[in-house]
Design a protein around this ligand. Structure first.
Ligand code: B1M
Length: 208
C-alpha cells in the first residue's frame, strides 16, 4: 500500500493518533500536500457513503473527521502561503444548525493563504452573528458562508438575505459547501459561489 493510500485508510478508519505521522511520512517521501489532502477528502467520501448505507454511524463519522483534522494540521504549514500581501478581512462561518467545519476550515486556510485576514466565527453561526461581526469590522471585504447539509440550505438563504437586507455595504458574499450549487447561490442573492477551497480563494481574490 502506498503512503497516500495508508493516509486515506487511516482517515477512513478514524485513526487520529496514526494519521499525523502518516501524513508527515508522505510529505517526507515527496508527495504533494495537495495530493495528500485530496486523499483525505476521498476518505471522507468513503465515510459518507458508509454512513448513508448504514454500515457506520455518527461516532465513526465524527472520529474520521477528527483524524482528517489532525492530518490537515500537519499539512497547514505547507499549504499556507507567506501571507505577505494583505487583501483585507474575510469573515467566515458555517451557517446556523450546521456543525460541519472541516471544509470551512480548509476554505479559511486557503483564503488566509491568499492574503486575507480571516475572522473565523466557527460553526452553527446565526445570521445575527454575521451581522454583528460585519458591523464590528466595517472594512471587511468578503463574507463567506458554508453549509454542508441540505437541511441547512434555508439557514444559508436566511443568512445571505439578512446580510443583504441590512443595508451594510463594502463587501461581497461568497457561499459554498457540498449541497450548494451556483444556481442556489444566485437564487439567494449571494455575490459568488465556489465549489472547493482552492476555488474559494480564487473567487475571494476576484471579488476585491
Ligand atoms: Co455529517 N453529513 N452529519 N458529520 N458528514 C454529511 C455532510 C453527509 C453527506 C453524510 C452522508 O449522509 N453521506 C450527510 C448530509 C446529507 C445531506 O444533507 N443531504 C451528513 C449528515 C446527514 C449528518 C448528520 C445529520 C448525521 C446525524 O446526526 N444523523 C449530522 C448533522 C450535524 C449538524 O451539522 N447539525 C452530521 C454530523 C457529522 C459529524 C459531526 C459527525 C461530522 C462533522 C465533523 C466536523 O466537520 N468537524 C460529519 C462528517 C465528518 C461528515 C462527512 C462524512 C464528511 C464531511 C467532510 O468533512 N468532508 C460528510 C460526507 C461527505 O462529505 N462525503 C457528512 C470533507 C471536506 C473537506 O469536504 O466539507 O464538502 P466539504 O468541504 C469542501 C466543499 O464542500 C467546499 O470546499 C471544501 C474543501 O474543498 N466548501 C466550500 C465547503 N464550504 C465552503 C464554503 C465556500 C466555498 C466552498 O465558500 C464560502
Amino acid at each position: 500500500m502506498s503512503k497516500i493510500d495508508e493516509v486515506k485508510a487511516g482517515v477512513a478508519a478514524g485513526k487520529t493518533k496514526v494519521v499525523p505521522g502518516l501524513v508527515q511520512e508522505a510529505l517526507n517521501e515527496g508527495q504533494a500536500a495537495t495530493a495528500i489532502l485530496e486523499a483525505m477528502v476521498e476518505a471522507m467520501g468513503v465515510v459518507g457513503d458508509k454512513f448513508s448505507s448504514g454500515e457506520i454511524f455518527v461516532p465513526e463519522m465524527l472520529v474520521a473527521g477528527k483524524a482528517m483534522q489532525k492530518g490537515v494540521e500537519v499539512l497547514k504549514p505547507v499549504l499556507a502561503g507567506s501571507g505577505a500581501v494583505s487583501l483585507g478581512k474575510c469573515i467566515i462561518g458555517t451557517v446556523a444548525g450546521d456543525l460541519h467545519d472541516i471544509g470551512k476550515n480548509l476554505v479559511a486556510l486557503m483564503i488566509g493563504s491568499a492574503g486575507f485576514d480571516v475572522i473565523d466565527l466557527g460553526v452553527d453561526v446565526p445570521a445575527d452573528k454575521f451581522i454583528e461581526t460585519i458591523k464590528a469590522n466595517p472594512d471587511v471585504k468578503v463574507v463567506a458562508c458554508s453549509a454542508l447539509l441540505t437541511t441547512t440550505m434555508p439557514a444559508m438563504k436566511e443568512t445571505v438575505e439578512t446580510i443583504k437586507a441590512s443595508g451594510l455595504t463594502g463587501f461581497k458574499v461568497l457561499v459554498g459547501g457540498a449541497p450548494i450549487t451556483p444556481e442556489f447561490a444566485s437564487s439567494i442573492g449571494a455575490d459568488a459561489y465556489a465549489r472547493d477551497a482552492g476555488g474559494a480563494a480564487v473567487k475571494a481574490k476576484e471579488l476585491v
